[in-house]
Design a protein around this ligand. Structure first.
Ligand SMILES: Cc1cc2nc3c(=O)[nH]c(=O)nc-3n(C[C@H](O)[C@H](O)[C@H](O)COP(=O)(O)OP(=O)(O)OC[C@H]3O[C@@H](n4cnc5c(N)ncnc54)[C@H](O)[C@@H]3O)c2cc1C
Length: 429
């Protein structure tokens, strides 16, 4: 949005503005609170603090150690650490005695809300519609007009659920996004032997299957594309990929090798937690013991290619990995079919000043900045948008604090945060 000359001075001006207040930008704001002049102002479209609401059911856990919180890997003395959250909310002893290997997702969401309240720089209920550049500053606007100007902006817009094309156009209540399942179940009367299909063989799909079982459904079909419902590789050697030293090695590789490695390493990030798979298999087995029938039919190696809705029932056609098609039908289908990046709200003028790669995507440098015409003085940074450029740690929580520290070092043009990863027994290069 172009604003008339002279009007800019009445807008609040920030050295750094973050778009989105998910974990990525909360980490940036936490580390920037005492290093960036004026702190980091965040604009968030949600009305209040929330982290993947609808996917925080009892029993769901973080797949990342709580030590990898918003700040500690880069700044362990920062007051917004998870440990300080537990101590200052009076829960540390109860938490320790509960002896978690992995913390509940709900606890992580509460921690983020606490950190946001401590920061006091998050503007909720403010969806950013456009970022433009005018008069040597970024102009950040909502649909109703300019909100602020900034020297630098950091996009931390996260992801949105992916809906495969064949499901588009289904009536409401036919295909339910995983994050809406709980709300949907509270509106329908369910008959235990009605068929329900869950599409998506990852962690979210597994959690939906478990939840449906717990809610009494007894005819659940679980469809996944891989040949098996693959567990996440959380081994020590797989975790070597989630280290600053590996990140630097990875960034220096040619693009075709990076792309291949990301494909080969997928299960270190996107598989199902072993504990969830065990719970699911055990619940299915125990139901057979008590009821004489297993409630879940596992259908791996299938790709849903066609969907039709008839008389309140949904029919799916799957292409099988080993050839041929098969049909399944259900009262409703739950979609846990992955997530895609939110679009960057950039004005066409600004987009025209950016360097694009062969796939027409913005070029992202090793400090997460976008290459564009005035990057010498005003920089745009992106979080969680660069799997192939920065490796599988990028869409995850694992190196959140490290990525924020790299961005802030670049913004401040000095090493405000030292990133230390010196004891490396695996030799990459
Ligand atoms: C259920 C679930 C569990 C996960 N668990 C783990 C885990 O245990 N470990 C792990 O490493 N990774 C996990 N991930 C993956 C990833 O770490 C999370 O998705 C994480 O939330 C990503 O953080 P983010 O800040 O980049 O994006 P998000 O959390 O998606 O935050 C982006 C924010 O930007 C806001 N926004 C978007 N567009 C605009 C706009 N135009 N204007 C203003 N605000 C906007 C959104 O409302 C949102 O709050 C999980 C993902 C899911 C879906």
């Amino acid at each position: 949005m172009q604003i008339p000359e002279g009007t800019q001075s009445v807008l609040p001006h920030h050295h750094v503005v973050g778009l989105g207040a998910g974990p990525a930008n909360l980490s940036l704001a936490a580390l920037g609170a005492n290093t960036v002049p004026g702190g980091v102002a965040l604009f968030e479209r949600r009305e209040g603090p929330a982290w993947h609401p609808g996917l925080l059911r009892t029993g769901t856990q973080l797949q990342t150690s709580w030590i990898k919180d918003l700040v500690s890997l880069a700044d362990p003395c920062n007051p917004l650490s998870f440990l300080n959250y537990l101590v200052s909310t009076g829960r540390i002893y109860a938490f320790l005695n509960a002896q978690y290997d992995a913390i509940p997702r709900l606890e992580y969401a509460r921690y983020l809300a606490w950190a946001s309240a401590q920061l006091g720089t998050v503007n909720y209920g403010t969806e950013v519609a456009e970022v433009d550049f005018s008069g040597g500053r970024f102009v950040v606007s909502s649909a109703s007009g300019p909100l602020a100007t900034a020297d630098h902006v950091v996009f931390g817009l996260g992801t949105r659920p992916e809906v495969p094309a064949c499901f588009e156009g289904l009536g409401a209540g036919g295909a339910i996004l995983a994050e809406h399942l709980e709300a949907h179940l509270s509106t329908v009367s369910s008959l235990p032997y009605e068929q329900v299909i869950v599409v998506g063989g990852g962690q979210t799909g597994a959690e939906c299957v478990l939840h449906l079982m717990q809610r009494g459904f007894r005819d659940i079909r679980w469809i996944g594309r891989r040949q098996w419902f693959a567990p996440m590789d959380d081994s020590p050697s797989a975790n070597d990929f989630y280290r600053p030293t590996y990140l630097r090695f990875f960034q220096g590789l040619p693009e075709d090798i990076r792309a291949r490695y990301v494909g080969e390493q997928t299960l270190t990030s996107d598989g199902v937690s072993m504990v969830t798979l065990q719970q699911l298999y055990q619940a299915n087995y125990e139901a057979f013991l008590s009821e004489g029938r297993s409630p879940v039919m596992m259908l791996p190696g299938r790709n849903v290619v066609e969907v039709a809705e008839r008389h309140g029932s949904i029919a799916l056609w799957c292409e099988r990995d080993w050839g041929g098609r098969e049909r399944h039908a259900a009262r409703f289908v739950v979609l846990a079919t992955g997530r895609r990046q939110a679009a960057l709200p950039i004005s066409s003028r600004l987009a025209g000043l950016m360097e694009l790669d062969a796939g027409d995507e913005p070029v992202i440098d090793s400090d997460y900045s976008l290459r564009w015409k005035h990057a010498e003085t005003n920089r745009m940074y992106v979080q969680n948008r660069s799997r192939v450029g920065h490796g599988l740690a990028d869409p995850n929580l694992s190196l959140l604090a490290v990525r924020s520290a790299v961005i802030l070092n670049s913004v401040l043009e000095r090493q405000a945060f030292a990133i230390r990863d010196e004891q490396m027994n695996t030799v990459w290069a």
